[in-house]
Design a protein around this ligand. Sequence first.
Ligand code: COA
Length: 407
Amino acid sequence: MVTTNRSKITANGNGRLYAHIVGWGKALPATIMTNADLAAFVETTDEWIVARTGIRERRIASETETTATLGLEAARRALEIADIMPDEIEMVVVATSTPDHIFPSTASLIQAGLGANRAGAFDLSAACSGFVYAVSMAAQAIQSGSIKTAVVIGSETMSRVMDWQDRGTCILFGDGAGAVVLRASHDEGGVLASVLRSDGTGGDLLGIPSVGTLDYVGDDISLPEAHGHKLNKMHMNGSEVYKFATRVIAESVLQVLEKAGLSLRDVKLIVPHQANLRIINAAARALKVDESLFMCNLDRYGNTSAASIPIALVEAVEQGLIQRGDPVVFVGFGGGLTWASMVVRWGAPTIDGQLRFKRQRRALTYAMARFRSRVTRMNHQMNDTIRRARPEQGRVDRLRERVKKLP
Ligand code: COA
């Protein structure tokens, strides 16, 4: 059993450590872009988009919202549900294809914003499969006994890498973030199995050419423009990706269930990457299960890449679709090519609403984290200004030190 006092690992199991999801949160920009809004500047229609994808609207980040700010908001909400303090976190992983910078990692920015001063932080790049990869990595660190608590975030600002003239891709994507808190427990359950796969030969089917400016297409390795690709903009071969996605979902779900020693009949809910309703329905047909077994919210958010599974998971929990003890499957697929699936036995207690005693302390930690970031950065700036104003000062000081040491 996962106790509500999660500062200790409960010890009533078989001695093994399990990684349970004990907190969850999402963050979505307030700005909604409907299909009709899109049709005002791209040659498309609401009817075409709904019929081919199931998407009706998506969220678009404002000028001040970034992958880090959305991820931070989602993580803070997950900490509220888990009722843990930031200094209990030992690992922050952000799955993203749209990091704020190449480095510092988005995870480090979020770690600073949380005031998680005992945590390591890194970004993980596995495109739309990234969240499942990241949960798998964090769960293994917990199951090995290396850490007790991790925050895993999927966060994206896909709107910033869209080619808004390419109607084959820009209609599909949106912005948002989702996060979970993973916690060690001796109680059986949590992450039971995962299957992570990649086929880099499909790397040309979708991508965002950026720092490494050469693109690989067929035998040809040349600048992105030579292939009609734009720097820092997403390109995609929609029909090939469609075929790949419909093939791997069913295959991957069956593989991970076998690994967990479960069958499809045991599964309460499948939370798939929210790319296209037709892809999800094709997967349901391939698995010979009812479409309602699949969580689906892409009509409101479109494809939010690595954020789509955690956002859908949060909404499934909020809608009461997952209860304690239920086996839930996550399945992601996307650029790389990559795909990944995972079985989780839901072990988190139902949301209580009463246990919010650490809320004020968390708010204080966030305020202090903000203050600390500002002061530290001002300090860096001030040192820099002094160095520029008196470039000789450092040298003079060093010389004085050396003279002092002379016999
Ligand atoms: N609005 C109107 N017409 C569009 C359009 C749009 N937004 N985008 C493409 N079309 C047109 C095409 O130009 C084409 O016209 P043509 O027959 O005159 O040449 C026609 O619609 C059919 O295009 P096609 O690309 O074959 O459509 P499709 O049924 O394959 O749907 C996708 C396109 C992108 C929706 C679909 O391929 C898909 O969802 N692929 C998977 C993408 C995905 O999920 N990627 C992310 C994975 S993580």
